[in-house]
Design a protein around this ligand. Structure first.
Ligand code: FAD
Length: 465
């Protein structure tokens, strides 16, 4: 018979939402179990998302740097790429991170149950794996099942029609690659492969790649992409793919004309869908919206007060740090604390070259919210560290209220923007002013001085260099 096992708090999914929620719930005194359908812990982010993509991007930069440092007096006789080794390196990074999650679970006495969870009622679920099925009851449940790539008509995933996961684990370096979708996932991997020497064509449906970002930043990236030999075709509607044994031909429509392009692979990166269809949420009575996202309050609580949902399966940016943030809040809510989410200072990074990092509001978004804002901008071309790094392209822009000069947003495009954005995220979080940043001593020479210099511009006292 199937005797139910009683548990306190169950977390479904071990991604950056689920594992962080599980660890924090355990830290706050809950007995926690995590259900994960895959052997490897860490979800999309650690296994087939953030981490492996950044490993590939890093290697592609190293490869370029090895080829392009002659003007600094460094020349390498022969730079060669061993793609098997690149893939082995990517996997070693993933394994190390995934093992880190296993270690954290062990340290916090969190049980891992491998199998696929399916709701049986509002207080029980069933976990099915290859050789067993077991029912568990819970007092609290945190659903963190994440998302999967969207498939589009005419492009059924197959040998040569692949998603981002396939693109990260190609067995050999393609000569030609088509990427459908110029969002951040498509653009990051397109650039990495272009750095490796692949000829890449991006088919983008709207009139610009990376259209979540402001045009003055996108322009810099477009220029770089073209310099790498990437063909960017905008307003292109991908229609169908036809495969042979060796290649794939994609037909697409642009300005009413149907054209074709052939490559070794076509990768579809047009967005992701929440993993909420096959969970039996309706059986439990958990409400979802028309996009399949679970409806939650400011503590991550669904319409059922003991069931929480976090990460890619709820509204908002589908980003790892947003999932983790919500995981912490949900764990604290279960512990009876009054924690509540505040998305005002949400960073987002696109790891292209140079990196784009944003936090808070753009000037346009601030105006839409009725805020009277000003902006101040400082270019990396006037930053000594950037000059010494040959990384002078890009800028820091601050968005701040006109009256109190409080920081409400920032955009950075430049090398290491992903690290520099945190100072400004903290500024928003802490309610800091432009003057607070200008008065903060920044190390010289550093890229982060451009943040201070932008603040000086905002105060009307631009630094003389
Ligand atoms: P996931 O990480 O998707 O984890 C969900 C887990 O739940 C999975 O392990 C899944 O197997 C498990 N699961 C699902 N259903 C069940 C079930 N029924 N039973 C048991 N287990 C189940 N974000 C960033 O912030 N920065 C980046 O640089 C970045 N790069 C990315 C690059 C790529 C190529 C991709 C695809 C994504 C990237 N993301 C990035 C997005 C990031 O990966 C996601 O936002 C993040 O993983 C969401 O975390 P999550 O915990 O909600 O879900």
């Amino acid at each position: 018979g199937d005797y139910a096992i009683d548990l306190d708090t169950i977390v479904i999914g071990s991604g950056p939402g689920g594992y962080v929620a599980a660890v924090h719930a355990a830290e706050l005194g809950q007995k926690v179990a995590v259900i994960e359908r895959y052997d490897a812990l860490g979800g999309v982010c650690l296994n087939v998302g953030c981490i492996p993509s950044k490993a590939m991007i890093q290697v592609s930069h190293d490869y370029l740097t090895a080829q392009n440092s002659a003007d600094e007096g460094v020349s390498v006789a022969k730079v060669a790429l061993d793609f098997d080794k690149v893939q082995a390196f990517r996997q070693s990074v993933v394994d190390r991170m995934s093992n880190g999650v296993a270690y954290l679970f062990k340290k916090n006495k969190i049980d891992v149950i491998h199998g696929t969870a399916f709701m049986k009622s509002d207080h029980s679920l069933r976990v099915i794996n290859d050789d067993s099925a077991q029912t568990y009851t819970f007092k609290n449940l945190i659903i963190a099942t994440g998302s999967h790539p969207i498939e589009i008509p005419g492009f059924k995933f197959d040998k040569q029609v692949i998603d981002s996961t396939g693109l990260l684990s190609l067995p050999t370096l393609p000569k030609e690659l088509i990427v459908i979708g110029g969002g951040y996932i498509g653009s990051e991997l397109a650039a990495a492969y272009a750095n490796f020497g692949t000829h890449v064509t991006i088919l983008e449906g709207t009139n610009s790649i990376l259209n979540a970002y402001e045009p003055d930043m996108v322009k810099i990236i477009e220029k770089r992409f073209k310099a790498k030999g990437i063909d960017i075709i905008t307003n292109a509607m991908a229609k169908s793919a036809s495969q042979t044994d060796n290649d794939v031909t994609v037909s697409y429509e642009v300005n009413g004309e149907v054209k074709t392009v052939t490559a070794d692979y076509v990768a579809v990166a047009v967005g992701r869908k929440p993993n909420t269809d096959d969970l039996g949420l309706n059986i439990a009575g958990v409400e979802v919206d028309e996009r399949g996202l679970i409806k939650v309050d400011g503590q991550g609580r669904t319409n059922l007060p003991h069931i929480y949902a976090i990460g890619d399966i709820v509204a908002g940016a589908a980003l790892a740090h947003k999932a983790s943030y919500e995981g912490n809040v949900a764990a604290e809510a279960i512990a009876g604390q009054s924690s509540i989410v505040d998305y005002r200072a949400m960073p987002a990074v696109c790891y292209v070259d140079p990196e784009i990092a944003t936090t808070g509001l753009t000037a346009a978004q601030a105006k839409e919210q009725g805020l009277d804002v000003k902006t101040a901008k400082f270019p990396f071309s006037a930053n000594g560290r950037a000059v010494s790094m040959q990384a002078t392209e890009g800028f820091v822009r601050l968005v701040f209220t006109a009256d109190e000069e409080r920081i409400v947003g920032a955009q950075i495009i430049g090398n290491n923007a992903s690290d520099m954005i945190s100072e400004l995220t903290l500024a928003i979080e802490a309610g800091s002013t432009v003057e607070d940043i200008a008065l903060t001593i920044h190390p010289h020479p550093s890229l982060s001085e451009a943040v201070m210099d932008a603040a000086d511009v905002g105060l009307g006292y631009p630094t003389n260099i």
